[in-house]
Design a protein around this ligand. Structure first.
Ligand code: KG4
Ligand code: ZN
Length: 386
């Protein structure tokens, strides 16, 4: 099989990204333009601003990815683009551009599910390291700003299939990091900053009882389309809106609001606050609260994922998505999965958060199968993975 160079394009949320990947196993270039500074004043992603920024960035980002890979539009073999899930207007920018390119160049167009992309970020990097032996079943935790989903992933021939065995019933884990950071006046996005601050606080200072927040396990009604074992399978659902409310209650019942207001005003005057800038504006009480919050979220993610791994007899664990960049999450998964003899793999940090290399990698099996997008391809904001 000759090498195939796929140009990937990703624009589902607040990163405009393009990458060239060789045969699903080597990143040749990977360009990510973050819109964080555009959305920072609003404390979250503003969908219309995201679309506008994608429109501005898409051509230069794609050109840079090609130039860095020493490729041209003519010398790539296919174009891959994120179909969903994500913000409809943002997705459409990448899709419209990819469609126009594929049509003008007469190259195959491949539509990729963003969540499948996060899973393939792990596969891509393991192949790049020379690790080709993968034991099934693979359990993948996709944990990001929009998702906290558990999938059993199987490879059949050139293709991949996914069975969702759990998901968040309300907020995603990354969303909880972002919302808690916002309410504590720590800035945006919350995940990386809480990750840095938590190392300076006491994770046992505030007790967050996840047991009170947890829902009972969901039992899926038997679905005739599925095998009986899957139809009655136990689900491992998450819920992170409760802990966000618990942090809010804590702030309301302790004298913290003045310090939060001072911090918010202080950070508003700094265009790109560093972790040190935020640190200087944090007292011990805040650091302890942040460390305790992270400890509770990480504990819940690790505990439920490992329970699911035991239940489904997983042979390999993948942890991927923006929150997989969290150092405490990595440490705890590594420690606890090792105790159970379960190999756990993460993408490198640049491939944990949104990028287009993962989209080009996930497109490769589809390229081999000739699974190309139809001419009417459009954005699917709520696209599911199966
Ligand atoms: O995968 P991603 O880039 O975009 C989505 O598909 O959502 O994930 C972004 C999310 C944000 O909520 C961000 O706060 C979180 O990932 N995040 C982190 C860390 N880095 C990014 N959360 C915890 N710790 C981190 N180090
Ligand atoms: Zn993502």
């Amino acid at each position: 099989m000759p090498d195939a160079y796929i140009l990937g394009i990703e624009s589902s949320c607040d990163e405009t990204a393009a990458a060239v990947v060789r045969s699903g196993e080597q990143v040749i270039s990977n360009v990510v333009l973050s819109q964080i500074s555009t959305h920072r004043p609003y404390g979250g992603v503003v969908p219309e601003l995201a679309s506008r920024e994608h429109l501005r960035a898409i051509i230069p980002v794609v050109r840079t990815a090609l130039a860095e890979a020493d490729k041209t539009y003519e010398t790539v073999d296919a174009i891959a683009v994120t179909r969903g899930p994500g913000l409809a207007g943002a997705l459409l920018v990448g899709i419209s551009f990819a469609k126009a390119l594929a049509y003008a160049l007469d190259k195959p167009l491949i539509a990729v599910n963003h969540l499948e992309g996060h899973i393939h970020a792990v596969l891509l990097e393991e192949r790049q390291k020379g690790n080709r032996e993968l034991h099934f079943p693979v359990l993948a935790l996709v944990v990001s700003g929009g998702h906290t989903h558990l999938y059993l992933a199987e490879q059949s021939g050139q293709g991949w299939t996914y069975q969702n065995i759990g998901h968040t019933r309300d907020d995603a884990a990354g969303e909880a990091f972002d919302k808690v950071a916002k309410l504590l006046g720590l800035g945006y996005p919350g995940g990386p900053i809480i990750n840095q601050l938590a190392g300076h606080g006491d994770p046992t200072a505030v007790k967050f009882a996840f047991a009170q927040i947890k829902h009972r396990d969901r039992k899926e009604a038997t679905d005739v389309a599925r095998p009986p074992s899957a139809g009655t399978a136990r689900h491992f659902d998450f819920s992170f809106s409760g802990i966000k409310t618990a942090v809010l209650r804590y702030v309301e019942t302790h004298p913290m609001q003045r310090a939060i207001d001072v911090r918010r005003a202080g950070l508003a005057g700094i265009p790109k606050p560093s972790a040190d800038d935020v640190m200087r504006l944090c007292d011990r009480h805040t650091l302890d609260l942040v460390a305790s919050f992270q400890n509770a979220v990480v504990g819940d993610l690790v505990e439920k994922t490992l329970a699911a791994a035991r239940k489904y007899d997983a042979a390999t664990l993948f942890v991927t998505g923006g929150v997989a960049a969290n150092s405490e999450l990595r440490r705890r998964f590594e420690e606890q999965a090792a105790q159970e003899g379960l190999p756990v793999f993460f993408p490198s940090r640049p491939l944990s958060t949104d990028n287009a290399a993962m989209i080009a990698a996930a497109a490769y099996p589809k390229f081999l199968r000739g699974d190309f997008a139809e001419a009417e391809l459009s954005a699917e904001a709520g696209l599911r993975l199966r």
